[in-house]
Write a protein that binds this ligand. Structure first.
Ligand SMILES: Cc1cc2nc3c(=O)[nH]c(=O)nc-3n(C[C@H](O)[C@H](O)[C@H](O)COP(=O)(O)OP(=O)(O)OC[C@H]3O[C@@H](n4cnc5c(N)ncnc54)[C@H](O)[C@@H]3O)c2cc1C
Length: 436
């Protein structure tokens, strides 16, 4: 009798059934499939920068996304196993337990994530398949080798601007059954009333996508995208894209469809332009590996910065001498989201006014953002700190000018209490004497 071929699908940043080429490949190649997600233990403890990797907002978003995925899998006769453990050990045990002969996952651009995969691949009895699901292009369709990735976004855009992105593939309506093995059941969160703007899950992500492209908003995107506040001013796709609840190829296909049904103008093009920034940082992360997290970045340049615990705390808590920065940090802490303009302002303040080592700021963003994405986050921080993909030495935003331009009547600052609790940057001087 032919032996059943058992596979494991390791869900990572691809929490969806629509346009999931990795899961589709798994469906075609095995008789039984175990679907698993691992909440990696180190991810829950302190990082190198003495900060947790995720706070309440991002963890909530993840659990909502897993709940939604679990329900969708149940509907097609499958189930999701969720393990909270150290990833390499948890997956190795699981592979043994189900006697898997093949493992699938989506390609990852993160250096730490890839280390787990490389560890697992040491098992010579198992086949490993990793498929591009996170990007518009693939290593095969990019018009250059990864090693030759252009040094700046503009050069990248010029090279890929006319390239046709991969098309989304159909939503999975069937998967091979799960093997009969005992694992604790994952209990999806109850679908209660939605009391926050960013609710995780593929269903929610697709609804956000549909709503956006059923509106007039894309037609004026370019004029308002830079605003510091306002739900309607930008797409708000990032949390779903980051967790893979939304496929970027689906977003671009919906954009193209919108342009056909309505019109293509500078604003609709600009949505694609911004998505290309994301694309650039995915390949940038993959190419630069561990350098993405290095103080000297990809330029081997040492910024004149350090770590000051008190300044860091004031920045996180929104009690710096800069009301607009405080407002942004309060919004980020409360909601897990901040506009692109807000991110640029607080990151510039961190590296310049506060003279702080940029990596601590990036690590805080990693913990606080519901849309945390390894390439976009660390790539943008490097860019602003002057050690990344920028032809300029560094970016310094004039805080007063930014306040006048983006919050002229102070409404945003008041809304997020940026003018409350203002403190001087330091409470002691260099000789440790109290200031003031
Ligand atoms: C210091 C700093 C850290 C950041 N960290 C992240 C992060 O961890 N995750 C993340 O998704 N984005 C990050 N960004 C980029 C950007 O701020 C967010 O993607 C954007 O604000 C999300 O809102 P939106 O979905 O409404 O995007 P829109 O402004 O409407 O843009 C549409 C999409 O384009 C992409 N995009 C836009 N701008 C950028 C950019 N500069 N870099 C990469 N992709 C971009 C995103 O996928 C976004 O969803 C960061 C920017 C800065 C300055």
């Amino acid at each position: 009798m032919k032996q059943k071929k058992t596979g494991v699908f390791w869900f990572t940043n691809d929490l969806r059934l629509h346009d999931n080429p990795a899961l589709t490949q798994a469906k075609l190649l095995v008789d039984e499939l175990l679907c698993v997600y691992v909440i990696d233990q180190p991810w829950q403890s302190a990082s190198l920068y003495q900060q947790p990797h995720a706070d309440r907002n991002s963890r909530r978003f993840l659990l909502e996304s897993l709940s939604d995925l679990s329900k969708s899998l149940n509907k097609i006769g499958q189930r999701l196993i969720v393990l909270e453990s150290e990833a390499t050990a948890a997956l190795s045990n699981l592979l043994k337990k189900v006697d898997a002969s093949v493992v699938f996952r989506s390609e990852s651009v993160g250096w730490y994530e890839n280390r787990v995969w490389e560890e697992l691949k040491k098992n010579r009895h198992i086949n490993f398949h990793s498929v591009d699901t996170r990007t518009l292009f693939t290593t095969n369709t990019l018009p250059f080798d990864l090693a030759d990735l252009p040094a700046s976004f503009t050069q990248f855009k010029n090279k890929v601007g006319d390239l046709e992105p991969s098309k989304p593939i159909p939503t999975l309506g069937y998967l091979p059954p799960a093997p009969m093995v005992d694992f604790p059941e994952f209990k999806p969160l109850a679908t209660g009333s939605k009391n926050h703007a960013f609710q995780g899950g593929e269903s929610q992500g697709l609804e956000i996508l549909r709503d956006y492209f059923s509106s007039q908003k894309p037609l004026s995107y370019k004029e308002v995208r830079n605003a510091i506040d306002g739900w309607d001013n930008s797409c708000k796709f990032s949390p779903w894209l980051a967790n893979g609840c939304l496929s970027v190829r689906q977003v671009v296909a919906s954009l193209a469809d919108y342009e056909k049904r309505n019109e293509a103008n500078e604003s609709t093009y600009w949505i694609y332009f911004e998505i290309l920034w994301r694309e650039f940082f995915q390949w940038y992360a993959l190419k630069n590996g561990v350098k993405l997290f290095s103080f000297t970045g990809i330029k081997n340049r040492k910024p004149l910065t350090s770590f000051y615990a008190e300044r860091f705390q004031k920045w996180v808590n929104g009690t710096t001498p800069y009301p607009l920065v405080n407002a942004c940090m309060n919004e980020l802490r409360e909601t897990g989201y901040l506009s692109n303009r807000g991110r640029q302002i607080v990151a510039s303040c961190f590296a310049n006014e506060l003279s702080m080592d940029w990596r601590y700021g990036a690590a805080y963003f990693e913990q606080a953002l519901v849309d945390y994405d390894v390439g976009s986050n660390w790539g943008n921080w490097q860019y602003l700190a002057g050690v990344g993909a920028d032809t300029r030495d560094k970016r310094r935003f004039n805080l007063e000018k930014q306040s006048h331009q983006f919050d002229p009547d102070g409404r945003y600052t008041r809304k997020w209490g940026g003018d409350k609790g203002i403190q001087s940057l330091d409470s002691v001087d260099a000789a440790d004497w109290p200031i003031g």
